[in-house]
Each structure stands twice: as C-alpha cells, then as structure tokens.
Design a protein around this ligand. Structure first.
Ligand SMILES: Cc1ncc(COP(=O)(O)O)c(C=O)c1O
Length: 357
C-alpha cells in the first residue's frame, strides 16, 4: 500500500483491511479522543450564507486571546491557511523548513513554486521542555511548529522570539499548543501586534477532536489577513463550522475546563506510554510534550506497523512520509487510557514474534 502523506485514513484502511472503520483504533492521527457533541443547528445556520466577515467567530477568537478582531482570520482548517501563508512566503524569498516537519508546509509552498531549504534537526533530544530551537540557519522565511510535529518538542518562546529579528517572515504553527499544560506561556500570539513579520496559525481540529469540521485560524497583521481574504473562495468556513467555533470558544468556563482535561490527558497518558514503551525490547520511545510520540528502532518498523494493522486493527503513523525520518520510526497518537493499553499490549505481543535487535 502507498505511504499515506497524512494519518487518519480510517475509512480507506478499513476498506483495505476488510473491516468496519469503527473497528480500527486510529493512532495515526493525533486528535483528542473525545468530541464535544452538538445535536442541532438553527435553521438560519443551515439556510443562510455565512457572514462573509465571520465577525462573531473572529470576535470570539480575538476575545479569547485578548486581541483585536482585525488580527484574526478563521480558515477551513489550518491547512487552508498554510496555503495563503505560503503565497506570502513564496513572494518573500527562500523558505527554511526544519526537518522532519509536517508535510503540508511543503504542499502549500509548492502551490506557489516557492524555494524550499530543508534544515535537518538533530534526531535526539532530551525530556526537558521547553527546549531551545537549534539554529535554523539562513533564509528569508522560517516555518516552525510548536510543539513540533512529528517530534513533540516544545520550543521556548524566548528561542523563537529572537528569530523574528532574523527572518523577513516567520510562520508559527501552534496546532498542538493548547493540548500542552501551560503551553500558552510559549505561544507567539501575544507578539503579533508588535511583529508585522509574524503569522501564528492555530487549529481546532486537535483540541476538540473535530477533524471533519475543518476549523482553524490565523493571527497576524490586519493588512496581511485582508489580502488573504481577497484571494480565497467566498465562504471558506461553512456555517456549521463557524457556529460551532463560536460555541466552543465563547463559553470561557467550559473552554477552560475542556483544555484542563485535555492537558491532563496529554501529560498523564504521555508519561504512561513513555514508561511502558521503554520496557519493550527493540524500540525506543522519544520524549514528547505533545499528544503523540515517536518510537524508533535500529531496523525497519514497517513490518511491526503492518502487523498491528492486520492483526490488532490498530493504525500507527508510518514516518516514511516525513523527510528526515524513514522506516525506522513510527508515530503514536495518544488515545484514551484503554486505547493506549490496547496499543502497548499489541506491541508487546508482536515484538515477541518480530524480535528487533
Ligand atoms: C502540525 C499540524 N498543523 C496543522 C495541521 C492541520 O490542522 P487542520 O486540521 O486544522 O487543517 C496538522 C494536521 O495533522 C498538523 O499536524
């Protein structure tokens, strides 16, 4: 089967494996395993065109971050906003991608024929977070992800802030930051009013387990966001996604308690998995501040991933699609406590039959 560029292909893999997609435990994507359920939407939400300016949603997001609404632009997932960030980035010059990194930055940059400079990062890191981002070298535009996908490294705000002086444009993807306890203390969002060369992109996909809704937002200078708004299709965020975003963000108490629960889950399940995976022979789990972690081995982990898929109905992320990693790495997205125990049991069983050196 071809290497998927993204995790979360439950339906396709269910068909390939001859089982219901609901029978699969999908740890190849890194979403919170619970979803806030809303049962009905008003007739207006369904019938009317969304507000072209998304004023209610922008205000909800801006109020949450104590910003002016003009600094916020909602998008059809973070992925759509990378496309527009990449258009600016292509015009600004050469783009530095610390690798391995999320493949969608490359996809977005290639849309505009941008020059890409891959900057390999050390493939060993400590369990101390936040970390200092190693020097990304020279270029005009820097793409960073905090915490970093796929390594789970959390960079310090101080180490990122100095880069704003060095690069003409910095695009910082904070899709996973709200899942990390005290993660906001490393966020660059509050620097946006001071730095016209900064774009921060967030996603609601991971935090709320709503990948199917497609909702994210960019925080940057109003002039840049106005330009992007003119380039895009009309109504890129549909009415249901927009109404859901307002609901999820506006109720501060509910939002706070949701984030608290998610952050506790990330910390507890991360520590549990790291400890139990470290006891398994032939693989080494890498420390992560996020809700996923990498495991590595001295030989290919493709047979192990396939055995988990075929015999246990568990999907792990093949890392061959991350430049700079390869077949000796797999990424595991944290699940509920029961799901994580299912993963470690399956790994233990398979590692007995497929011994790794
Ligand atoms: C680092 C990172 N940023 C952004 C996204 C995309 O988020 P969205 O679903 O909002 O497009 C992903 C999805 O896997 C991701 O891993």
């Amino acid at each position: 089967m071809a290497v998927e560029r993204h995790g979360g292909n439950r339906v396709t893999l269910g068909e390939a494996l001859g089982c219901q997609s609901s029978a699969l435990l999908d740890a190849s994507a890194s979403l919170v395993p619970w979803t806030p359920l809303y049962d009905t939407w008003s007739v207006e939400t369904l019938r009317d065109y969304p507000d072209r300016q998304y004023q209610a949603l922008r205000t909800a997001i801006a109020t949450h971050h104590c910003l002016d609404a003009a600094l916020v632009l909602p998008g059809n997932g973070a992925a759509e906003l990378f496309t527009w960030a990449a258009r600016d980035a292509a015009a600004a010059g050469s783009n530095v991608l610390p690798t391995p990194c999320f493949a969608d930055y490359g996809r977005a940059l290639r849309c505009w024929g941008a020059t890409i400079i891959q900057r390999p990062m050390p493939l060993d890191w400590s369990a101390q977070f936040p970390q200092i981002l190693p020097s990304p070298g020279n270029g005009d535009v820097l793409w960073i992800c905090n915490p970093h996908n796929p390594t789970g490294q959390l960079w310090s705000r101080a180490s990122l802030k100095v880069l704003l002086q060095k690069f003409a444009l910095v695009i910082c993807d904070e899709a996973f930051l709200p899942l990390v306890a005290d993660g906001d203390s490393q966020s660059l969002i509050q620097l946006v009013p001071e730095y016209p060369n900064l774009v921060v992109i967030r996603s609601l996909t991971k935090l709320f387990g709503i990948a199917g809704v497609r909702l994210g937002y960019a925080v940057s200078q109003p002039e840049r966001l106005r330009r992007w708004a003119e380039w895009r299709d009309p109504w890129p965020v549909n009415g249901i996604a927009s109404a859901m975003g307002v609901k999820l963000i506006t109720d501060r108490r509910r939002h706070r308690s949701w984030c608290h629960k998610v952050q506790q889950w990330t910390a507890q399940e991360g520590a549990w998995l790291l400890r139990h995976l470290a006891e398994l022979p032939g693989i080494r789990p890498m420390p992560s501040a996020a809700n996923f972690l990498l495991i590595r081995a001295k030989q290919s982990l493709v047979p192990l991933r396939e055995a988990l898929e075929q015999r246990h109905r568990i999907l792990l992320r093949d890392c061959r699609s991350f430049d700079g990693l390869g077949e000796c790495w797999l990424r595991i997205g944290f699940q509920s406590p029961l799901g994580n125990r299912r993963i470690t049991r399956a790994l233990q069983q398979e590692l007995k039959q497929l011994p790794l050196v």
